[in-house]
Design a protein around this ligand. Structure first.
Ligand SMILES: Cc1cc2nc3c(=O)[nH]c(=O)nc-3n(C[C@H](O)[C@H](O)[C@H](O)COP(=O)(O)OP(=O)(O)OC[C@H]3O[C@@H](n4cnc5c(N)ncnc54)[C@H](O)[C@@H]3O)c2cc1C
Length: 470
C-alpha cells in the first residue's frame, strides 16, 4: 500500500491532485499527504498568485472551474457577492482555488502543507521509496506527485542580472513599481498584454515600446457560444490507435472532417500581418469566425494531448509543425475589450510595436537593434518572453539535483519524458513507480501541460491510475 504521499507544488495542478486524492472513495485516514510550495503560493501557484486586478484570466468565467461543475467558480463568486464578469482577474480565481485548498486542509487532519520548496529527492529502488529534502528536513514517501508548473523565465538575450532589466515581471505591482525613463517590453504574448495593461491603466505610462521577433499578438475572443464536436472525438480517435500508435494522417483526416462540419473558415489560418494593429482589426472584423476557431481549439486541446502520446517521434515533429502554430495562435485569446484597448493605445501612438527584434546591447541604456538595422534605446527593459521549456536552463536546486541523480532527463519536446500513466521515465532506473509528473514539466509527453481545464482533467486520470496500482 502506497500510503505516504507527497505533492510538490500547490498551484492548480497540485491542488487538483490533492482534491482528486481526497475525494476518491478509497481515501481514508491511513493515508498521509504532505504538500509543498512557497507559503504565499500554497493553493494558488504562480499564475494565480496575488497580483494586479488588471491581469485577467484568459478563459471565460463560465468555462473556468476547478471542479467538473463548470459553474462552480461562478457560484463561488455569487456566494461572495461578486457579479461574475466574463473574464475575472487571475487574483480572484486564485482566491477561489485557495479557498478550496484551505477547505481540504481543514477537513483532513492527515494532510499537511509545508511552506517551503523541495530541493532534492533520493530514490531507493529496493523499497521504491522517495526521500524528499525540504528546508533541511528529509521525509520519506511511497508516492510523489511532481507538479512544479512552468519553468523559470527564459532569457533569450542573456540579460539576467543587468541593471534595469526585469527578468520575471510578476507580481507586477512589485516588479514594475519604478517606471522612470523610457520603457520597453520584450515579447508580444499574454504576459506582454498583462504588462501593457498594468503600465497604461495603473501607471498612466504615455509611451511604451513592445519589441518582438514576429510582432504577433494573441487572438481575440468575443463570446460564449458553444460548439459540439461530432467527428473529432475520443471514441473515433481510439479506433485509429493500432499497436499502441496512431498515424498523423488519420488524425488530420478526422480533424479536417470536423472543420468542414463546423463550417470553420480555414482561410483564417496562418494569415500574416505587417503590424499588430492590422491583426487586431482583422480579428475584430472576423470575430465570429475567429471565436469559432478558438472554441474548436478549446474543445479539442485535451484530445490533442491524448493523441500526442500515441504519435511516433517523426509524427510528433510533424505535428509540432502542422498543428502547434494553430493551437498556439488560438489557444489563449485575449478578451475583446482588452484587444480594443490595445488597438486604441496603438492608434494613439502610446504603444509602439517593433518586430524583427534582433539583438540587445547594454550601455547604461538598452540598445535594441532590428534585422532591418533600426535602433531603439530604452532605460528599462521588461522580459515578457515567458518561461523556458528546457529543464537544464532552470537554476532551481530540485532540477539540478534530479538531473545529477539521473532521475530525470530533458525531453527534445520540452520538459521531461513521462509514461502514458504520467510516471517519470528516469534515464537510470526506467519508469519510476508512483513518481508522477503533471503539467508543463510533462509537456514532452502530453504536449500541453498548462491550462486550468487540462490540469483538472488530467489529474483525474493520474489519481485513477494511482488507486488502481497502489
Ligand atoms: C503569467 C501566466 C498567466 C497564465 N494565465 C492563465 C490563464 O489565464 N488561464 C489558464 O488556464 N492558464 C493560465 N496560465 C497557465 C498556467 O500556468 C496554468 O493554467 C496553471 O496555473 C498551471 O498550474 P500548475 O499547478 O501546473 O503550475 P503553477 O500554478 O505554476 O504551480 C506550480 C507550483 O509549484 C511550485 N514549485 C515549483 N518547484 C517547487 C519545488 N521544488 N518545491 C515545491 N514547490 C515547487 C511553484 O512555486 C508553483 O506554485 C498562465 C500562466 C502564466 C505563467
Amino acid at each position: 500500500m502506497k500510503k505516504r504521499i507527497a505533492i510538490i507544488g500547490a498551484g492548480i495542478g497540485g491542488t487538483s491532485i490533492l482534491r482528486r486524492l481526497v475525494e476518491h472513495e478509497k481515501f481514508n485516514t491511513e493515508y498521509s499527504v504532505d504538500i509543498y510550495d512557497k507559503e504565499a503560493l500554497l493553493g494558488r501557484g504562480f499564475a494565480f498568485k496575488h497580483d494586479s486586478k488588471h491581469l485577467l484570466i484568459n478563459t471565460i468565467t463560465k468555462e473556468t472551474s476547478l471542479k467538473e461543475d463548470l459553474n462552480d467558480y461562478s457560484k463561488w463568486l455569487n456566494s461572495k457577492g461578486i457579479e461574475p464578469s466574463t473574464h475575472t482577474s487571475r487574483d480572484l480565481f486564485g482566491e477561489y482555488v485557495h479557498h478550496i485548498f484551505r477547505d481540504i486542509l481543514s477537513n483532513h487532519k492527515n494532510i499537511h502543507a509545508f511552506g517551503d520548496f523541495v530541493d532534492d529527492i533520493i530514490y531507493d529502488p529496493q523499497n521504491t521509496t522517495y526521500s524528499l529534502k525540504s528546508a533541511g528536513v528529509t521525509r520519506t514517501y511511497d508516492t510523489v506527485f511532481f507538479v512544479p508548473g512552468t519553468l523559470e523565465y527564459s532569457d533569450p538575450y542573456d540579460l539576467k542580472g543587468t541593471k534595469n532589466f526585469i527578468h520575471n515581471p510578476y507580481p507586477v505591482p512589485v516588479k514594475l513599481e519604478d517606471t522612470k525613463g523610457t520603457i520597453g517590453i520584450i515579447g508580444s504574448g499574454l504576459s506582454s498584454i498583462d504588462i501593457i495593461r498594468y503600465l497604461v491603466l495603473e501607471k498612466d505610462i504615455k509611451k511604451l515600446y513592445v519589441f518582438s521577433r514576429h510582432g504577433e499578438l494573441p487572438a481575440v475572443r468575443s463570446g460564449e457560444n458553444d460548439l459540439e464536436l461530432k467527428y473529432f472525438i475520443k471514441e473515433n480517435i481510439e479506433k485509429y490507435i493500432k499497436n499502441d500508435h496512431i498515424s498523423l494522417g488519420a488524425v488530420t483526416r478526422l480533424f479536417n472532417k470536423e472543420l468542414r462540419y463546423q463550417n470553420i473558415d480555414t482561410d483564417l489560418f496562418g494569415v500574416e500581418f505587417s503590424h499588430p494593429k492590422d491583426q487586431i482589426e482583422f480579428n475584430i472584423k472576423n470575430i465570429e469566425a475567429v471565436t469559432k476557431i478558438e472554441l474548436l481549439i478549446l474543445k479539442t486541446e485535451n484530445l490533442f494531448t491524448y493523441i500526442y502520446m500515441y504519435l511516433n517521434q517523426k509524427d510528433k515533429t510533424r505535428y509540432l509543425k502542422l498543428y502547434h502554430p494553430l493551437i498556439e495562435q488560438y489557444h489563449s485569446p485575449m478578451p475583446l475589450h482588452v484587444a480594443k484597448g490595445i488597438l486604441e493605445w496603438t492608434l494613439e501612438g502610446r504603444l509602439i510595436f517593433v518586430d524583427e527584434m534582433d539583438s540587445v546591447e547594454t550601455d547604461n541604456k538598452f540598445i535594441i537593434k532590428t534585422q532591418d538595422g533600426e535602433t531603439y534605446e530604452v532605460d528599462k527593459l521588461i522580459n515578457a518572453t515567458g518561461p523556458t521549456q528546457n529543464i537544464k536552463e532552470d537554476s532551481r536546486p530540485i532540477f539540478k539535483n534530479l538531473l545529477n541523480r539521473m532521475l530525470i532527463t530533458d525531453s527534445e519536446f520540452g520538459g521531461i519524458p513521462v509514461s502514458r500513466n504520467f510516471e517519470i521515465i528516469s534515464p537510470r532506473h526506467g519508469v519510476l513507480p508512483h513518481f508522477y509528473a503533471i503539467g508543463e514539466i510533462a509537456r514532452g509527453t502530453m504536449y500541453r501541460g498548462d491550462g486550468v481545464a487540462i490540469l483538472v482533467h488530467k489529474s483525474k486520470e493520474i489519481i485513477t491510475h494511482f488507486y488502481e496500482t497502489e
